[in-house]
Design a protein around this ligand. Sequence first.
Ligand SMILES: [Zn+2]
Ligand SMILES: [Zn+2]
Length: 283
Amino acid sequence: MNMTTLLISLHGGHSGQYCNHAVDLLEDIILRYIELGFTKVGITEHVPPVNDFFLFPDEKEAGLTTAAINKRFENYFNELNALKNKYASKIKIFAGMETETCTGYADHINKLISKFQPNYIVGSVHHIDDIYFDYSKEEYDRAASVCGSYDAMYEKYFDLQYEMIKTLKPFIIGHFDLIRIYDKDYKKRLLLPQINRKIQRNLKLIKSLNLVMDFNLRPLARGEKEPYITSSILKKAKEMEICVVPGDDSHSVNEAGRHVDKAIEILKAYGFKTQWPDPVLLT
Ligand SMILES: [Zn+2]
Ligand SMILES: [Zn+2]
């Protein structure tokens, strides 16, 4: 029997209108998904910063303030909800947002949830000790030196992630092993006992809360070999019967839906179910 698998992405759709490190219009990105044959998609723009300290470097350069980004975020939900209705006969859009895990995040995210009532959230960790580690290799190394070593930084990352999952119960765990981003030795490091223990602990929590892991395709867009999550963790997720769903993490029309077919192939090869759940808000 040849069951057709629906194309899907539950993490991505960043657009130049609402994100400084993305390009293109949100509507054009939605149209691209429709063109590719997607019948469901989740759009998850980055949340505004907690305060001006957490402005991204490109936002600071553009002269933006937290207040301006808050306003822009309100426009994002307004437009996304309008596009949801406009294209309802062609595609089911889930209106979401990608969270941060920095000082003050819990109150901040809960306020955004009550204000905008998103369909679901993606829980991500982009900061360690409030350093935005995935921004550049320099920031990554700075975070490692604050932690004392790369190993210690990995441990800190998975501890922050654990706390975030308990606090926010995000339907999707974004790029679970993003901490490996600039590390050539990540495969070995993720298997070190003290790090692996924390990974197993986080996977158990994900499973117990029935959450979903993002099979994040951004590394493929950069020419790397495998998505987040790496094969050793993907195997473990399969053994634990954790649900894993593709996320293109797109930041342009061109990236929308890219490599999702490949992601589905990989998931099938590992024996995952490829009937996707509809995301919901759990907090
Ligand atoms: Zn982004
Ligand atoms: Zn992210």
